[in-house]
Write a protein that binds this ligand. Structure first.
Ligand code: HEM
Length: 222
């Protein structure tokens, strides 16, 4: 970021708090869950502390959408609707994704607030979030009422959702660092040049909302 650069608001405070609460609870759940799942890590789960941590953070994880809805209802609605809506530019973007994978943005079709890859990532996160939460609740509260097969089925679904989330998170981290996107999720702002290159349709839509004094409604100088 250079002094004088124009910055555009990409993530509200509520969106950032929700994101980091989700990320932290996800990693705590992952590592505490692995101690319950992998026999060689079982000594770490001795005394029931890991199981307790897993349950406490499962509650935090499941409350994230509730917090998101209270802090920024429009942001949550946009995340859900945009993640499942794809236009022609998104399909073209996906066809050209191999070049984006290696850090080349020039020549990619213009994108909205989320690029097509982010849309797929976020849509799968929403679906796996629902699966892992529901199966987790059944395993927590329904254990005594399930047959052995039902119990194993729930464990399998819970594990599959976890594996998918791990793969998605590895991809998510890769693109975050290849494209230097971290600043947006930390400060809320991205520079306007970055927005023009990566999310041209989104930048055009917020420019169309210019206020009477001609300034972008959600911009500042670095
Ligand atoms: C330390 C780990 C993580 C880092 C550094 C990170 C980084 C980021 C960044 C930079 C963005 C904004 C991308 C953009 O400009 O469009 C983002 C968005 C997002 N990330 Fe992560 N992330 C992490 C972990 C996770 C995890 C574990 C999940 C899910 C389990 C996740 C789910 C999401 C979602 C759903 C969004 C969209 C947020 C919204 O629009 O409200 N992230 N992340």
């Amino acid at each position: 970021m250079y002094k004088g650069e124009r910055m555009v608001l990409r993530f509200s405070r509520g969106q950032r708090v929700a994101h980091w609460a989700l990320a932290v609870s996800f990693f705590v759940l992952l590592f505490s869950g692995l101690t319950l799942m992998i026999p060689s890590l079982a000594p770490l789960a001795k005394g029931g502390v890991a199981r307790m941590i897993h349950r406490v953070f499962a509650v935090v994880f499941m409350l994230v959408p509730v917090y998101y809805a209270l802090a920024d209802r429009k942001g949550l609605q946009a995340l859900i609707t945009e993640s499942f809506r794809y236009d022609r530019d998104d399909l073209l973007w996906l066809l050209r994704m191999p070049r984006y994978f290696f850090g080349r943005v020039k020549g990619m079709p213009p994108q909205g607030r989320l690029n097509a890859g982010e849309k797929i990532h976020h849509a799968l996160i929403i679906l796996t979030f629902i699966t892992i939460s529901l199966t987790g609740l059944v395993l927590w509260f329904g254990k005594g009422n399930l047959s052995q097969n039902e119990f194993l089925g729930m464990v399998m679904l819970h594990d599959i959702a976890m594996y998918i989330m791990v793969i998605l998170t590895i991809g998510h981290l890769y693109f975050t660092f290849v494209y230097g996107a971290l600043q947006g999720m930390v400060t809320g702002y991205v520079n306007e040049k970055y927005a023009a290159l990566e999310h041209a349709k989104w930048l055009a839509s917020i420019k169309a909302e210019k206020t009477a004094d001609g300034k972008l409604p959600q911009s500042k100088s670095a």
